[in-house]
Write a new protein. Sequence first.
Length: 134
Amino acid sequence: MNKLIHTSGKRKRAIARATLYPGTGIVTVNGIALNVYQPAMYRMKIQEPLLLAGDLAQTVDIRVNVFGGGISSQADASRLVIAKALVQHTKDKKLRQQFLSYDRQLLVADVRRKEPAKPNRHSQARAKVQKSYR
């Protein structure tokens, strides 16, 4: 397969787009190589689909562009888009099943969003004003 694969994924306000093409296993996130991406906790989170894919990850290069949201949401969006690209590349049902059994969030976006704040609620969605009768 010598074609490019473009995928996208979201988590909260973060939007990630990935391009997968034949290569030697190089993964970059916003132009930074994944092996030097900081903080290390989010680097490991992004690497999960690559580790599960095994040898397949060594035959492709993936370029991820992610923006918006916080660093944790960006890591989750990047993880989602890398897994989706690998599944789309391999056309193998085994890898898809492996991802789903490991963690469903690898292939299915988390649609939860922040609840809008309500008036007279201390600028929070559900916090109420305390009442005292004494």
